[in-house]
Design a protein around this ligand. Structure first.
Ligand code: PGA
Length: 246
């Protein structure tokens, strides 16, 4: 059998609960489950109830886009792991470049979140990637080594193996300009070595769509895609998998 493809949609700050319900009404009509496909959807907190309902009906995994590492208390505006668990959330995107660069999340904070999510028996989808100026100045691998090592340095080998990794070059996110399949493969292969586990799941993210899915997902070390813009409509989201298969 061909390799399993992870098709994860990061809705970012899009999709109200009503829009989420509408998405799944449509999605359930067009989605054909396959043994070599795992679909996941990550919505804003306020849509998680609707997401849980839709995702369970369609048998796809679902999760949140962030969480705070403390269990409860005086942390105005934050959402805790027990709050997510109550809705049945098992997956959480952590360290997305928008969290790092717009909201100032540090490597240290992301590491605490990764640990807390693992301790709760949940699965972090850990994003990392370089900015354009970092790539152009030849610092791609230094930056990513810092981001990855800080997140996993205090974890056991078993914990490290549970994380889903997502390489997302910042310059490719939401720009329409994806990394080339060679660039993405180079980083994912390098990441697998750094993580020191040949079997971890590594996704590529950054302007993935039907037209570039096949070349990206065919690369040896790319296990799937973390998709922003193209995940907002069932047709453009699922087209990524069908384009890869055809
Ligand atoms: P994009 O976003 O597909 O819209 O580039 C990807 C992401 O940020 O996860």
């Amino acid at each position: 059998m061909s390799k399993k493809i992870y098709l994860y949609g990061n809705w970012k700050m899009n999709m109200t609960a009503a829009e989420t319900k509408k998405f799944f009404d449509e999605f359930s009509g067009v989605y054909k489950p396959a043994d070599d496909l795992e679909v996941g959807v990550f919505s804003p907190f306020t849509s998680l109830w609707a997401l849980a309902e839709g995702a369970k009906k369609c048998n796809v995994v679902f999760g949140a886009q962030n969480v705070y590492f403390e269990e409860k208390g005086a942390f105005t505006g934050e959402v805790s792991i027990p709050m997510l668990k109550e809705i049945g959330v098992k997956y959480v995107i952590l360290g997305h470049s928008e969290r790092r660069h717009i909201f100032g999340e540090s490597d240290e904070m992301i590491a605490k979140k990764v640990k807390a999510v693992l301790d709760a028996g949940m699965i972090p989808v850990l994003c990392y990637g370089e900015k354009l100026e970092e790539r152009e100045s030849g610092n791609t691998f230094t930056v990513m080594e810092r981001q990855l090592k800080s997140a996993i340095k205090d974890l056991t080998a078993d914990e490290i193996s549970k994380i889903i990794y997502a390489y997302e070059p910042v310059w490719a996110i939401g720009t329409g300009k994806s990394a080339t399949s060679e660039q993405a493969q180079e980083v994912c292969e390098w990441s697998r070595k750094l993580i020191a586990n040949p079997n971890v799941v590594i996704l590529y993210g950054g302007s993935v769509k039907g037209s570039n899915a096949k070349e990206l997902l065919s690369m040896k070390d790319i296990d799937g895609a973390l998709v922003g813009g193209a995940s907002l409509k069932p047709a453009s989201f699922l087209e990524i998998y069908t384009a890869y298969k055809n």
